[in-house]
Structure formats: C-alpha cells, structure tokens
Design a protein around this ligand. Structure first.
Ligand code: SF4
Length: 361
C-alpha cells in the first residue's frame, strides 16, 4: 500500500517516541509498512516477541501518561473489534482504524471509553477491516432511518475512537479507506472528523464524493484545552482544501463549552469558518453541534491526566442525564442548553446559510 508524502507545509506531524510492533501485526504488510515508515523517520521500533504491549510505565501516573501517549502500537484488530456497532447520532456504523489519539485534549471523550494507559493502537489488518464492510451495506438504523439523512446512504464513522488524520503520515490507513470507498459502487459514505490539518495525502485521492471530512473546531481561546492538535485556522484551511478537492465537508463544533464569554468566542469562530469557506465551489456543508459533557469515570481520568486544568467539570449549570444503557453523564442544564442552542442555530443560519445542521446534542 503506497502512502503519499506528507505536506512539508504541515504545521504538525505527530511522531511517537517509540513504536511497538506485535508479533501478529508483523504478519500483515500494512503493519510492517507502518513500522518501516516510522523507522525511516527516526522512531525507535521495538519488535515484540508476542502480542502483549509490554512497556514499563513506572508508578508515577504523570510519567505513565506521558510515556503511554508517546507510544504507538501496531496491533491486529480481533474479530470482536471488527464487528461494527451503530454510532448515534453520527452514523449507521463505527469503523475503527485505530484506538487512542496522540493529542492531549482536556475534555477528551476517549478518557471515559478506553481503558488502561493511553497508548495509541493502530490496526495492521486493514484489509480484513475493509473486507468486512460490505456486509453492513443497507443494514443501518441511524442515519439510514432518518428522513433528513437517508440520502447519505449507509454511513460509516471512522473517528469514534481516534483522530485518524493525526496518525495518517505513519499509517496511510485513512487514505486507503477513502480510496476504497471511492471505488465502492455502493450507496455508502465514509465520515471522519479531525483536529488535525495535514490533508495533503488525501487531496489527490479518487474519493468519488463518498467521504465527508469535518473539521472539529473550538474558539482560539480554548486552545489550552487542545494540546498537540493543529491550530484552528489550519484545520479550517485544510477543510477548504478538501472542499476544493471535491470532498463533501462539515464542521463539528465540539465540545461546546459554556465558559464566560462563550457567545463572543463562538460568534468569532463561526465568522472564522464562514471566511475560510467563502466562495468554495458547492461546499455541501454540514454542521454537528455537541455540547461538553462528562461522567464520573471520565472526570476522574481527565483530572489525573490534566491536573490544574481550568476546564469546568463542577456541578455549575449542570444536570444529570441517564443514558439508555443506564449510565449517567453530566450535561448542561435546560436553561444553558436552550441559550446555547438558540445562539448556534441563529448564528449559523445567518453566517453559513447553506449549511445543514445534522444534530444538536
Ligand atoms: Fe481526544 Fe480528539 Fe483531542 Fe484526540 S483530538 S485527544 S481524540 S478530543
């Protein structure tokens, strides 16, 4: 599988301090290719005797976090992980190319959903993952059953457990998946959202209009909560390049944080997006609006990873929401939600009139 050269103008290309290559991953050409690309960039590659990710992380939680985040593991996704799950409200199905992310967002939803030290794991058996997708065509129950979104066909979301663009310079997995959807003569769409900006390898692909990229954005003033990601202006410029390359595009405004001054900050953000996308040829723009939420588990993990963060995770303006699986999460209270929603819907209609809001949550 060939991988395009990274964009030399790219503001950030993440390189791990070390790469762990499991025994099973070595049996896949894609896995070996990832290790070779990392080695060519000077990354230390450790070939493991088995599939256990042996790494001495020490007892100091801060150091363990830093060491885990600086580690990329190439592993094989077992059959259980290749069985796709619905992912409301984004897509019919979740397709994972990796698990974990090298960035350091103070609100990261992965803190509540992934267990153990935050080592980023990328999958070597990409061919098997892709080979499993056709069985899900026409089987979707989320967007496929939505009156306003069923025209998207069966949808597959690739950024539930990772930021796939962050890993692309080493893996090439996202490019391969986009190219595969491009030649798949089916009523289907791949979706991914990202806080990174190196889209150069994606621009020349024969995507067939079957992949929608969304830039995940927040006001400049919240950059302190998004360590290791690309600047928002670079994400928007990347999105514009994707629109110009014929991709359907979108904005994920997430997480919406009702901190002091939010109205001005988000007003400027929407303005910034409108400027970046002005004049794009048929931008086919969608918007997804996701408010900040946390649960006791994610709060505990995030407070241990980012002690001293001023991201508000108190009960202020919050209410407890019970999910259909019986767990609880803290979301903004009804009054705060109403004010936020009214603002966003009004401002988007005004500044991005062609945009379709897919959901508010
Ligand atoms: Fe988490 Fe996304 Fe930030 Fe990565 S970029 S740390 S997945 S919120």
């Amino acid at each position: 599988m060939s991988v395009a050269a990274p964009d030399p103008a790219s503001p950030r290309i993440w390189l791990p301090r070390r790469l762990l290559l499991t025994r099973s991953a070595r049996e896949w050409a894609h896995g070996r290719g990832i290790a070779e690309r990392a080695a060519a960039r000077g990354v230390e590659v450790r070939e493991l005797p088995g599939d256990r990710l042996a790494l001495d992380l020490g007892d100091d939680p801060k150091r363990a976090y830093a060491e885990a985040k600086a580690t990329l593991a190439v592993v094989v996704a077992p059959p259980s992980k290749r069985k796709l799950q619905p992912i409301a409200p984004s897509a019919d199905w979740r397709v994972d190319l990796a698990e974990g992310c090298p960035a350091h967002c103070g609100y990261c939803y992965l803190a509540g959903s992934l267990k153990g030290p935050p080592i980023t794991r990328v999958y070597a058996n990409l061919e098997e993952i892709i080979a499993g997708l056709p069985a899900y065509l026409g089987q979707g129950t989320i967007t496929s059953r939505s009156r306003t979104r069923q025209h998207e066909g069966t949808t597959f979301e690739a950024s539930c457990y990772t930021d796939p663009l962050a890993l692309e310079p080493l893996t090439g997995s996202l490019s391969a998946l986009i190219a595969w959807f491009g030649q798949w003569q089916a009523d289907a769409q791949l979706r991914f959202t990202t806080k990174f900006a190196d889209v150069a390898p994606l621009l020349p692909l024969d995507h067939g209009g079957r992949t929608r990229m969304r830039a995940s954005i927040n006001p400049r003033g919240f950059a302190r909560f998004e360590g290791g990601t690309s600047p928002v202006a670079a994400r928007l410029a990347a999105l514009r390049r994707m629109a110009d390359a014929g991709y359907p595009i979108g904005l994920t405004i997430a997480p919406i944080i009702a901190a002091e001054g939010w109205e001005t900050a988000y007003g400027e953000l929407i303005e910034q997006a409108a400027t970046a996308l002005a004049g794009a040829d048929d931008p086919d723009l969608t918007v997804e609006l996701i408010t900040h939420r946390f649960n006791p588990g994610s709060k505990m993990v995030l407070e241990s990873w980012y002690p001293g963060s001023d991201l508000d995770m108190t009960d202020l303006n919050r209410t407890t929401k019970r999910t259909k699986f019986g767990s609880e999460k803290q979301v903004y209270d009804a009054d705060t939600m109403r004010r936020l929603r009214t603002f966003f819907e009004g401002r988007i209609a005004e500044r991005l009139p062609a945009a379709r809001i897919l959901y508010w949550t």
